[in-house]
Design a protein around this ligand. Structure first.
Ligand SMILES: Cc1ncc(COP(=O)(O)O)c(C=O)c1O
Length: 297
């Protein structure tokens, strides 16, 4: 773990602590992001770094004094290196920082950066899963587009899914259009072989989904996909899709076979979701230097 409060990295779990007067702890005044570690490379670190900086700006959290993007990037890579972890994830937070127990962060000494490395397994294909429609209200757009630590709606939505024997709950926005899952985006293959997903204006701008949109161009060139677009998708249209998938750093590209008990497509893992999963794995394991940052162990 790295902590700017202590000013260094520790590999002793007992020292991996956050001060209780940090406003991220008692007020939720913090933002975070997660990047995958695949075979000793940080995948899409720069996109995740850009996103936490955007989230921090929306949450009115400045960088700790003397820190800039480059320094944070170096610290994150060094933290992974110190952990010796080759497959897993790197999660990091920018917080209003410690100082007092007030609401406003005006009494905080300075903002804080924390990072932790979570050991995991090499990426692998997941079996088709079930989803349900979330009854937990989704966050309004101002909060849905930033990755703050206020994940209670996401947690309750995920727990609702688990209680119903499903993997995730899907949010619909105020206009009834499909939005996203609690920690993943959602996309569809229509019967005309169009890749469609919701606009990013009311949901989190998923780094994986954005990359998939890029990688999917290859399937368009090969004639396997007709087009790639963002649009307002009704639940009715989504449920009638040929294929449905969840997309995110955690789930990668995961086929959805049932939504609220309704079978999607032919109820089997579809060829285009598999093709997109394969493209993502290939990109994670041998993609360009821009998306794979080597960790100097
Ligand atoms: C609410 C939400 N939507 C979408 C995503 C997917 O984003 P990414 O692909 O960057 O992991 C996440 C990931 O954490 C999320 O929390």
């Amino acid at each position: 773990m790295y902590s700017s409060v202590f000013g260094g990295i520790t590999t002793d779990p007992a020292a991996m602590v956050i001060p209780i007067d940090d406003h991220m702890v008692h007020r939720g005044h913090g933002v975070f992001d997660t990047a995958a570690i695949v075979d000793g490379y940080l995948y899409e670190l720069d996109e995740h770094l850009d996103r936490i900086l955007r989230s921090a700006s929306m949450a009115k959290i400045n960088l700790p004094i003397t820190y800039d993007r480059e320094m944070i990037r170096r610290i994150l890579i060094r933290t992974v290196s110190a952990s010796k972890c080759r497959n897993g994830s790197l999660r990091y937070w920018l917080s209003a920082g410690p100082g007092d127990f007030q609401l406003s962060s005006s009494g905080c000494y300075q903002s804080a950066l924390y990072a932790v490395v979570i050991q995991g397994k090499p990426p692998s294909r997941s079996k088709g899963i079930k989803v349900v429609t979330s009854s937990v209200p989704m966050k309004p757009p101002q909060f849905a587009i930033m990755k703050s630590v206020n994940y209670l709606p996401n947690v309750l939505s995920k727990m609702e899914a688990e209680e119903k024997g499903a993997y995730a709950s899907i949010w619909l926005d105020d206009d009834g259009f499909i939005a996203e899952g609690p920690n993943m985006n959602v996309a569809f293959i229509s019967s005309d072989k169009e890749f469609i997903m919701p606009y990013f204006d009311k949901i989190l701008s998923g780094c994986t989904a954005k990359r998939i949109i890029n990688l999917a161009e290859r399937l368009v060139k090969e004639g396997r996909l007709q087009s790639i677009s963002c649009e307002n998708i009704t639940m009715e249209k989504g449920k009638k899709a040929d294929e449905m998938m969840l997309i995110g750093s955690g789930v990668l590209v995961c086929p959805v076979l049932q939504w609220d008990g309704q079978i999607i497509g032919d109820g089997k893992e579809g060829p285009l979701v598999q093709a997109l999963f394969n493209l993502l794995i290939e990109d994670m394991k041998s993609g360009p230097q821009t998306v794979r940052i080597p960790v100097p162990y």
